[in-house]
Design a protein around this ligand. Structure first.
Ligand SMILES: Cc1ncc(COP(=O)(O)O)c(C=O)c1O
Length: 424
């Protein structure tokens, strides 16, 4: 029987099929096609409650803001907002998604190392909770554009190079994010000289897929070496388990450590924000593919109908996954490369992975693709971006439809979509 521990908690084998949120994946694949992103709605709600409860039970003046970048779909963020989460947004696009999802403006924080005038204007007009000032030019922009007083946080670069992939580390001394400690006093002084800026606190974020809790404590301690404030946004970044042998800290342990570190280093009487993305959604989502071709030469290549168009994590930071061939529970596994259909040898969903006797037409499910896959989906090779399907209580409903060829041509000025046979 397959190892279901990487799938959403509702996952269950049902004969030759697998259920998620009570829905049979073969039915979902038939109804919505493949590739498709599937989200377990109850798992998402449960995770949001777990996060908010774990922090609030230890530090009542706290807010969990979902990092929209991990899943910028208004339908998905709406579910998290219904469970009380706020939102961390980068730029005016994510801000509009968060607002459309029903996130209260006061629960929104805007980040960005290079916010444009339009981003800042949108944040000011929407009266969001905080703008995280990322550098001296943000101070100038807010001063120039704000009409009232804008609540802001200062993003500090902690100078901590955390053990994660270089592409995911944002807190090292060479990172493009935040203001280094040595420049913090000057940034504070400049903000205090701008009447439109209401500096409320500090922000720190180390990066993503961080598995060692002591890193987060080091960041809190670093903040404590600076001037004290009433608000601290301690960022996101908690890592998740992607493959059977892996481990990751629980949300309970993470929240307990953060709350204790904040109390020890920053005091009791503060407001704490955190901004998890990956660890909220990653395990709530899977991607469904069909096997298109199996080639056996010096390696076995199992190619599916998606790839780097719907999952860039392997290309960007070498993420590995543990795919399952649905229904082939007792088949002898072969060591194969699970590859996509894009025109690059780097289009590998996961190399050297045991796959149970895959055949053309088989359904493959890739667990832990709920974070940073939908968001980075793209049109490489003019692929159509997949739909998002929410499963819960045995019902599957469409959250985001599949792209069409008409969508591909929508931005081409004045060019009609060529009809090919029955295809629009
Ligand atoms: C400022 C900020 N906050 C939160 C996050 C979310 O990180 P994660 O998805 O790893 O929790 C990121 C992503 O790196 C970020 O840049």
């Amino acid at each position: 029987m397959p190892d279901l521990s990487l799938l959403p908690p509702s996952a269950a084998v049902d004969g030759e099929d697998l259920r998620i949120g009570g829905c049979l994946l073969q039915d979902v694949a038939r109804e919505f096609g493949t590739p498709a992103y599937v989200i377990d709605e109850q798992a998402l709600r449960q995770r949001a409650r777990e996060y908010a409860g774990a922090l609030a039970s230890r530090h009542p003046r706290s807010l969990v803001c979902f990092a929209a970048k991990a899943y910028p779909s208004a339908s998905v963020i709406r579910i998290l907002a219904e469970e009380g989460l706020g939102c961390d947004v980068v730029g005016g696009g994510e801000l509009r998604i968060a607002l459309a999802a029903g996130v209260a403006p006061a629960k929104i924080v805007m980040h960005g190392n290079a916010k444009t005038d339009d981003d800042i204007r949108a944040a000011l007009d929407a009266r969001i909770g905080y703008i995280a000032v990322d550098g001296f030019d943000d101070i100038e922009r807010i001063g120039r554009l704000a009409r009232g007083r804008a609540p802001v946080l200062l993003r500090v670069n902690p100078g901590i190079d955390s053990p994660t992939h270089a592409a995911l580390a944002t807190g090292g001394p060479g990172a493009k994010f935040g203001v280094p400690a040595a420049q913090v006093p000057e940034a504070i002084a400049r903000m205090r000289a701008v009447p439109a800026i209401d500096l409320r606190g500090l922000h720190v974020h180390l990066g993503s897929q961080i598995l060692e809790l002591d890193q987060f404590e080091a960041a809190v301690a670093m903040l404590a070496s600076l001037e004290r404030f009433g608000v601290y946004d301690l960022g996101g970044g908690l890592g998740v388990r992607y493959v059977p042998g892996g481990t990751a800290p629980s949300v309970e342990r993470y929240a307990a450590m953060l709350a204790a570190a904040a109390r020890r280093h920053l005091g009791e009487d503060i407001e704490i924000l955190i901004e998890p993305g990956r660890s909220v959604v990653a395990r709530c989502g899977v991607t469904l593919y069909r096997v298109v071709t199996v080639k056996r030469s010096s390696r076995v290549h199992v190619a599916v109908d998606g790839g780097m168009g719907d999952n860039l994590e392997p290309s960007l930071y070498g993420q590995r996954f543990a795919p399952l061939v649905v229904g082939r529970w007792d088949a002898e596994p072969v060591l194969a490369d699970l590859v996509g259909r894009h025109c690059e040898s780097g289009d590998v969903i996961t190399p050297d992975v045991p796959l149970a006797s895959p055949r053309v037409g088989d359904l493959v499910v890739v667990p832990v693709t709920g974070a940073y896959c939908f968001t980075m989906s793209n049109n490489y090779n003019a692929a159509l971006r997949p739909p998002v399907v929410l499963c819960g209580g045995g019902e599957a409903r469409l959250a985001v439809r599949r792209e069409t060829y008409a969508d591909l041509f929508a931005r081409e000025a004045g060019l009609p979509v060529p009809g090919i046979g029955s295809l629009a």
